[in-house]
Design a protein around this ligand. Structure first.
Ligand code: M6R
Length: 366
């Protein structure tokens, strides 16, 4: 069943070149610069008049939702909030009918996410569910259902379903951005071309996984890890930290890099590896400054950077490379690197990778 892999998690990481292709199959209209989203029961007028979107999710799906917020704001010009479903349901959300709630849930069964959708509906919001499981509870509760089509995921740690969620969010954002006239056909085409390149680029990362394995082994005995990133790489940092803590039991924090000096910098010593997502984009120089900041506290810096980036070698102790991609789409590639880093760290520590202690694949109780 594991098709020769030692763990389901490793198998599922390796399935990503294919699962991503399944996620976007038949949807990317490269020549027209549009994305076909027939499953979205929102007509163009409704999309144009959307005032706000709220994304609700838990765990890894919540991390995907942060990227979703940035994409909807940048590509579709829709003010977007992202809320942890368990907080949303007991808060006092101010919602009205011209708004959209987007629930992201791999299993479609997470109790808090289901409750958040029910609560949004009671305010008259339209609801969209992004889920991987056909016929799951969320599909009976939402107006529109967008399937991520990543195939069944057995490992408790979400991997291929996370990247499928990201791809779905790109497609939704491009679709809404074109409908609202926020991005041009050429801008959409550029993104679509970059999305289509991702499967091959992920394969390239997988083919060179030995370097990631060596890096993981080198730091597997550490007690604490930091992951830092800015803007689109911030959710990548959060997800990298979540993966590491859940399967290797190493304490890991994901931080918006600019927040470091507001407290956590006090924890950085030569014993704390810091993973910095330093891919090319408009926050590149800023993350370099953050790397210098932690280097000054003697931290070991592992950078995730582009293949052609020579400069980064001056700052980082170790560099894990990803192929060049659009600033908006590179988070998918960086995430795969961090999945492998977590996997090989847990392997070096002989942890129960597919069934980490205390965790369940779907959390059906609140
Ligand atoms: O099925 P869901 O996406 O609603 O699950 C939400 C979280 O429980 C889930 O993403 C969890 O954080 C992951 N298994 C972590 O890898």
């Amino acid at each position: 069943e594991k098709s020769g892999y030692d763990h389901f998690m490793l198998k599922e990481i390796h399935e990503q070149p294919t699962s991503i292709q399944n996620t976007f199959a038949g949807k990317l209209m490269e020549l027209e610069g549009t994305v076909r989203m027939n499953e979205l029961y929102l007509n163009p007028e409704q999309i144009k008049h959307l005032r706000r979107a709220t994304i609700v999710a838990c765990g890894t799906s919540w991390n995907a939702g942060i990227l979703g917020k940035y994409l909807f704001e940048k590509l579709a010009g829709i003010h977007t909030d992202i809320e942890t479903a368990s907080e949303f349901r007991y808060g006092n959300p101010v919602l009205c009918g011209e708004e959209l709630t987007i629930a992201i849930t791999q299993s479609g069964e997470t109790a808090d996410t289901l409750a958040a959708v029910r609560s949004s509906k009671s305010y008259g919001c339209r609801t969209v569910a992004i889920t991987n499981v056909v016929g799951s509870t969320i599909t009976r509760e939402s107006d529109s259902i967008v399937y991520t089509r990543a195939g069944p995921e057995i490992g408790v740690a979400a991997t291929k379903t996370f990247t499928a969620q990201l791809i779905t969010l790109y497609m939704l954002a491009i679709h809404m951005g074109r409908t609202r006239g926020v991005i041009t056909a050429d801008e959409a085409k550029d993104l679509i071309v970059n999305l289509k390149r991702l499967p091959g680029q992920i394969q390239r990362i997988l083919n060179r996984k030995e370097k990631i394995k060596e890096c993981a082994q080198q730091f597997a005995d550490k007690r604490d890890y930091f992951f830092i990133g800015r803007y689109l790489n911030y959710p990548v940092a959060l997800e990298g930290a979540l993966k590491l803590k859940e399967i290797s039991y190493i304490h890991a924090e994901g931080y918006a890099a600019g927040e470091l000096k507001h407290g956590p910098l006090a924890l950085i010593t030569e014993e704390t590896p810091v993973v910095a997502i330093a891919t090319k984009g408009h926050t590149y120089d800023k993350i370099l400054s953050n790397i210098k900041e932690v280097k000054a506290r003697n931290a070991v810096v592992i950078a995730v950077a582009n293949e052609d980036d020579k400069e980064i070698e001056k700052y980082a102790d170790m560099v894990l490379r990803i192929p060049a991609s659009h600033e908006m789409t590179s988070p998918v590639l960086s995430s795969v690197v961090l999945q492998l880093l977590a996997y090989y760290t847990a392997l070096a520590k002989d942890c129960s990778i597919d069934k980490p202690r205390n965790l369940a694949k779907s959390v059906t109780v609140e």
